[in-house]
Structure formats: C-alpha cells, structure tokens
Design a protein around this ligand. Structure first.
Ligand code: 4AD
Length: 454
C-alpha cells in the first residue's frame, strides 16, 4: 500500500482528509501551547487561512517542544482523527514531529509578543517584505491576489480574448500616461533611448487590428513622484482592447468584467474575505457585493462637475466645467452622490491623451474613468481615434511629432476600425475588494519614491 501523500496541503487535508488515515503534513508553526497532559501546535502553509491543529503525544520531549515556537518549519507524521475541541472537526494526532528549520522566537522579527497583543503593524511589515507574507493579513492578501489574476484571465479567455504579451522595454515615451523610467544603457545597446513601459495599450492596439478581441496583463512603470496610498512606481495593469467597438462597448465590458470577477473571487476566497471583514474593514464584503449587484451609474464629466459645484462641499481643488476631477471629487461622486461605482465619460479634450476619440463638437473625447466608492479611479479607458487626419491633428496639438509614431498611424492607414479598451489597475482592484488602505500592502515588493532593499 502506498504511504500518505508527503506534500498534502493543509487546505486539501481539511477538505478531503479521511478520518483514521495516516498523514504527513508540512508547515510553519503559527502558535503552540504545551502542558503536562496535552500539547497543541497550529500550523499554516499558505493554502488556507485556517490553521491545522496538531496534537502532540503526552510524552513529547522537552527539547523538541522548545524548538516548536512560532515560525519553525516542521514536518508532522500522524493520523487524521476526530478532534475533542470545538474549533475544528478533525486534527492530526502526531506520532512524530520533525523540525525541518528552526526559528529562534527571541529574534524572529514578526513573532507576536504575547497572547493578547496585536501583530506587528502593516507599516513595520513593509520593512520586511521577505517575511511579511507569513502574517495573517498578507497571507490572505496574496491568496486573493492570486485568485483575482486567475479569474481575470478566465473572464477574458472564456470570451475569446487573446492574451498578448506586450513588451516591457519600449521606445514610446509619449503616451501621456505620466513620467517614464529611462533605461540607462539603451543608447549604446539599441542606438536610441528606451523606457520601461507605462502601458501596453498602443502595442496591443496592433493586435486588436488583427485578432479583434485582445488584452495585456503585465507590469507597468510610472516615475511619477506621488507618495500616496494609491500609487506605486511599478504596478500591474490589465488592458483589454476591442476592434469594431465604441465607448458603450468598452463600458459594457468593464462593467461585466468588474462584476463577474468580483463574484468569482468572493466565491473562491470566502474565508479570506471573512478575515478582511473582521480585521481590516468592517462591512467590506457586503459593501462590495452590494456595489456589483446593481447596474453601475454613468454621467458625463460636465454632469459630474455640475453635481460637485452644486454640492456645497468645501473641496480643496476647484470644481466647474473644464476642471480636473481630483481624488476628493472621485470619492465624493462614488461615495456620496451615486453611492456605488460610476463611469464618468466625455472628458475635456485638454485633460486626456492624444489617442482618445474626439467627440462631435471637438471639446470632449470619448473617454471614461470608473470611480469606485472608498477608492476613486480604478479604470481609465476610451474609444480610440480611428481617423488618421484627426489623430495627426491631436498629436500636433500636443506638440508631438507624428513621425515618431508612424507605425501607430499605419493602423489608421490600413484597415482602421473604431476600437477601444480600458486599463484596470490590478492593485487598485485588490484594495477595493479587500479594504486594504495602502497599495504597498497588496503588492509583493512595493516600489515607491525612495530607496528599497528588496
Ligand atoms: O488611466 P491610466 O493611466 O490608463 C492607461 O494607461 C491607458 N493606457 C489604459 C487603457 O485605456 N488601455 O491607468 C489605468 C489604471 C488607473 O485607472 C489606475 O487604476 C491604475 O491604472 N494606475 C495605477 N495604479 C497604481 N499606481 C499607479 N501609479 C497607477 N497609475 C495608474
């Protein structure tokens, strides 16, 4: 007879373990409690927010128990048995515990220093990105991050969108999406300047003009010096692009995308969301479910500015026709006016990038931002300018040299179609789902202005 699976995860054991069967299970000690009669160790391995209870033999060796403090890596061999405790139905009755990797609790930086004491603060944990994934909060964050990525791909794949791997090293510095990071030795290497990409959009547009429905999902870089809880210099962006599509199609896609992905992630990570609801932000699960349960609102930039001007609110930044919608305005619109997600459309042409389609009248473009309660902008998108002459005029108006993007103009010369898409900030979506209030805590290794070690 084959022995037990020596690498069964805690999640699989909890779901499928057969009472009475032998088990071998690996993990790190979350807590341990030793007494004369019975001793317990709780293990985690990242597969679930639940810990696994291990019951030690009564005669457990004192030298061994000393080594079973928080953080130690262990392998347990035992039997999957009914538990006496109320916290869990089943537990492992250990025959033996092997300490695979010791962890000295007196110097372990993320140990809890007392039963009732709270864990190390999120801020302190940012200084140890290599250890923080072991804490409850970051454990849940990265499980949800994984599930979100998976369901995003699933959403597009099920609809026939092709995933296009747009480059990270690009030549374009003029998308208008913000400051770029230049690549130091590009001149010697390529014979011209090159930059880390600020967006895969322009590159993926070529593929929309060949494969119709496409998307990119990859890292994006912006050297903007904004030290806010919602900005990082390196983040992940999802950018679908559709040919034969107008702004209404873009908005319809964005809305079903947010709704379906949210429902799927909630389903897959229900236990993690229960944690966020309890420990990070009370009511976040209900709030998010409620937000996606009804149609998203829609208003033009002009209407938004009217509402803001008439609100009587004391905003830091000015409001009125032609004004920029700032974060404070975004939140007010989503939190107070609409009380849910809202697409703002038809922005003043001066505020937006050259590639956005000019509306009739010439004052506004067919752009949209999706604003979320609590967070503000999560998506930016548009219908693209498919008319060669208008596009060239838009570039010249912004002082760009159209010859630098001649390849992009080719897409308008040869079989141009109305097309459009959007960009979702992956980390912003995670913040919205989990209630985590700082973007640095939903990305493995945050990059922000200032030095980093890891
Ligand atoms: O609105 P943005 O700049 O749009 C684009 O880059 C377009 N090319 C997208 C497209 O139409 N294909 O950025 C899109 C989203 C924002 O709504 C925001 O969620 C996120 O990317 N984002 C950031 N997230 C974290 N840190 C930053 N510095 C971000 N800048 C933008």
């Amino acid at each position: 007879m084959a022995g037990p699976d020596r690498r069964i995860s805690i999640s699989r054991l909890l779901a499928n373990g057969v009472e009475g069967n032998p088990v071998v299970v690996n993990g790190w000690v979350k807590t341990s409690r030793f007494s004369k009669n019975v001793s317990f160790v709780h293990l985690f391995d990242g597969s679930t927010p639940k810990t696994l209870q291990i019951v030690l033999p009564a005669d457990a060796d004192e030298e061994l128990t000393k080594r079973l403090g928080v953080g130690a890596a262990v392998q347990v061999t035992g039997t999957w048995v009914a538990s006496q405790g109320a916290e869990q139905a089943l537990e492992v009755l250990a025959d033996s515990i092997e300490v695979v990797g010791d962890c000295d609790p007196t110097v372990y930086p993320i140990r809890k220093s007392g039963k009732k004491q709270k864990g190390v603060s999120l801020e302190l944990l940012r200084g140890m990105p290599h250890l923080r994934p072991r804490t409850n909060t970051l454990q849940s964050v990265f499980r949800v991050r994984n599930a979100l990525a998976w369901h995003i791909h699933r959403f597009f794949q099920e609809r026939g969108f092709l995933w296009i791997h747009t480059p990270i090293i690009t030549r374009a510095d003029a998308e208008g999406a913000g400051e770029v990071f230049p690549i130091g030795n590009a001149g010697e290497f390529f014979g011209h300047p090159a930059f880390l990409t600020v967006s895969g959009q322009l590159d993926v547009e070529s593929f929309a003009q060949s494969h119709t429905d496409v998307y990119t999902f990859g890292p994006t870089f912006r050297a903007e010096n904004s030290n806010t809880p919602r900005h990082v210099a390196e983040f992940w962006m999802i950018e679908p692009e559709m040919a034969f599509a107008n702004l209404d199609d873009v908005i319809a896609l964005a809305e079903s995308f947010i709704r379906e992905v949210t429902v799927a992630v909630h389903e897959q990570c229900a236990d993690d969301f229960a944690f966020f609801d309890l420990r990070i932000q009370k009511g976040v699960v209900e709030q998010v479910k409620e937000a996606v349960s009804k149609p998203f609102a829609r208003m033009t930039h002009r209407e938004a500015m009217d509402v803001l001007a008439k609100s009587g609110q004391d905003f830091e930044y000015p409001v009125g026709p032609g004004a920029d919608i700032q974060t404070e305005h975004e939140r007010f619109l989503a939190d107070e006016v609409v009380k849910g997600p809202v697409f703002v459309t038809d922005y003043p042409v001066e505020q937006k990038a050259f590639y956005m389609r000019l509306n009739d009248g010439g004052d506004t473009v067919a752009a949209t931002d999706l604003l979320m309660p609590r967070l503000g902008e999560i998506i930016g998108g548009s219908q693209r300018e498919e008319r060669l002459d208008v596009l060239v005029a838009q570039m010249e108006r912004r002082g760009m040299d159209p010859s630098h993007l001649d390849w992009y103009l080719d897409l308008r010369r040869f079989g141009s179609t109305p097309h459009g898409g959007f960009g979702l900030g992956f980390e912003r979506m995670l913040m919205w789902l989990t209630g985590m209030s700082n973007i640095r805590d939903v990305i493995p290794y945050p990059r922000t202005p200032g030095p980093f070690t890891l």
